[in-house]
Design a protein around this ligand. Sequence first.
Ligand code: CO
Length: 148
Amino acid sequence: MALRDIVTDPNPTLRKKCREVEIFDEKLGRLLDDMGETMNAADGVGLAAPQVGILRRIAVVEVDDFYIEFVNPVIVKKKGEQDGPEGCLSIPGKSMDVKRPNKVTVEYQDRYGKHMSVTAEGFIARAFCHEIDHLDGILYYDRAKEGR
Ligand code: CO
C-alpha cells in the first residue's frame, strides 16, 4: 500500500465527470487500498478517486467502525433532509453547511465486481452523497446555502 497525493481545489481534475469502472483487477484493489490508507492518514471520512487524480467512479467512506468501498455507486433512493457542516480533504481547513438527504440507498459494486446495496442515514448518508458528488465533478460548496 502507498499514500497517494490529494488533489486540491481548484485543480480541474476535481471538476471532471468520472468514467465507470469496467475492469475489476488487482490494480483496482491496490487503488482502493491506497485510497483507504490515504484517507486515514489525512484523517478524513471519505475519499473519491478524482481526489487522487483518477477519473473513475470509485470512492471510500469510513465513519467510526463503518468502512465501505464503492465502485460505480449510484444513489437510488433519498429520504428526508439534514443540514450540517461539511468539509473536504481537497479543500483543507474549510467547512460549510450543506443540505443533504437524511437517508440514502446506494447501489454499487465491490472491488470484485459484485453488485451490492447499502442504506444509511445521518452522517454516513451525508458522506455517501459528498463522495458520490465528487464522481460528477461536484464540490460541497456548489450545494451550500451560501456561495463561496
Ligand atoms: Co470531498
